[in-house]
Design a protein around this ligand. Structure first.
Ligand code: SAH
Length: 397
């Protein structure tokens, strides 16, 4: 597969500043969308050129998407196939091996690891892959072969059910690409074990992005009463209980999530101090406040309230409301952990909405720690907006 001998895509005059400066994307309005370019199949490997013909790199092209060209390699002569992919996978693996003692982490974070459109989460000898672009979809057989060469996983789950796929014209599909997996696969994190459901659980089965935040928050839980709204598989809740919380209440609207959380509490010997209940978080927080309940630590890690730029104005109010309700449940001197995984809400906006919500609750306080996803979610320096997770840990007066 030699891209340089096949398709060539050209930028419009003057549209080469960003890609020339290191950015990995060219937008459709920057591309010379002539007849040959429009005729290329979504995901075609191609070289990208300046108007004067100078090559800028090799990557994948989709004439139907806003992000039309994704640069894989600045060397336009690079052959994007099994060996090239194996080298990038090996580099991603080397980084994780330096960062983590155990093989449970996000192994590939798309552009952050120089692999546009690919997410790979590792659960020991099982991998879960998410292919989010037509370009990576076309390369998938080579990815699988490269993965075998680098990690030799026992099983590979393809979780091709992300929202991003529709925009790329790709179908939704969840299937085994290699081997089989049990209904529960253990995740080891911070000395704890969490059962994950890789085929039907949320995302790829586990939210690795919150690992460091779970550890930090859990360390504040000793001896207190903890509330984990949006608890999913009990990541924050069970870690807090194991760190010595007197009691932990977890809330989630999903029965399968609550089942996982209950199993996690059992598996870690803290079931007696954990209660998991089904409900809508806003309604439950209101009910608890009305009942005069107070907690020494409240964690709220909701799903994205803003899923597109169009939803920004309405969705962002959700963060203000959540901050208001959650802050009102924190006892004076206690802690509040809030998270936003909405791409379109930046750290400043999230902090502003949080402050506004706390003011509405009549509560003051201080930000003790502002953070985001863990180190296994590296950010491409030219795509700072892909640092989707924002977190705030506050002490509430
Ligand atoms: N904190 C978790 C991840 C939370 S993901 C962890 O560390 O692993 C967000 C969770 O919110 C999901 O489990 C989802 O089922 C739940 N959820 C979505 N809408 C909800 C609502 N209205 N009320 C309560 N939970 C909700």
């Amino acid at each position: 597969m030699t891209a340089s001998s096949t398709a060539r895509v050209f930028l419009r005059p003057g549209a080469d500043r960003r890609v020339g400066g290191g950015h990995p994307w060219a937008y459709s309005n920057e591309i010379r969308m002539d007849e040959p370019a429009r005729a290329l199949a979504p995901g075609t490997l191609a070289t990208l050129h300046r108007t004067d013909g100078k090559p800028l790199g090799v990557g994948t092209f989709n004439p139907h998407t806003l992000i039309a060209f994704r640069v894989f390699d600045r060397d336009a002569h690079a052959t994007i196939g099994r060996d090239w992919l194996a080298a990038r996978l090996q580099a991603a693996l080397d980084l994780r091996t330096r960062l983590y003692a155990e093989p449970f982490y996000r192994l590939v974070h798309a552009e952050g690891d120089g692999l546009p459109g690919l997410v790979l989460d590792r659960y020991g000898d099982v991998m879960v892959a998410q292919v989010n672009t037509a370009g990576m979809e076309a390369l998938w057989p080579h990815v699988l072969a490269a993965l075998d060469a680098v990690c030799a996983p026992r099983a590979v789950v393809l979780r091709n059910d992300s929202r991003a796929r529709a925009a790329e014209g790709l179908p939704t599909a969840v299937r085994m690409a290699k081997g089989q997996v049990d209904e529960r696969v253990p995740v080891r994190e911070g000395g704890l074990v969490f059962p994950a459901d890789l085929l039907t659980g949320q995302k790829t089965g586990w939210y690795y992005d919150q690992r460091d935040n779970r550890a930090f928050v859990a360390a504040l839980a000793r001896g207190g009463r903890v509330l984990d709204a949006y608890c999913y598989g009990g990541g924050f809740a069970v870690a807090a209980a194991r760190a010595g919380a007197e009691s932990v209440l977890g809330i989630d609207s999903s029965d399968p999530a609550l089942a996982l959380a209950g199993e996690a509490a059992e598996a870690n010997g803290v079931a007696a101090r954990c209660t998991f209940t089904r409900g809508d978080a806003f309604a439950e927080l209101e009910r608890l406040a009305a009942a005069g309940e107070r907690f020494s630590l409240v964690a709220a890690d909701p799903p994205a309230f803003v899923r597109s730029r169009k939803e920004l104005k309405s969705g962002v109010k959700g963060y203000r409301k959540l901050a208001r309700l959650a802050a009102s449940l924190v006892e004076p001197g206690g802690f509040l952990f809030l998270a936003s995984c909405s791409h379109n809400v930046d750290a400043d906006l999230f902090a502003a909405e949080t402050a506004a919500g706390m003011a509405r609750a009549g509560r003051g306080g201080r930000i003790v720690r502002a953070a985001g996803a863990g180190a296994d979610h590296p950010v491409n320096p030219w795509l700072p907006e892909t640092a989707y997770l924002k977190t705030l840990l506050l002490q509430v007066d």
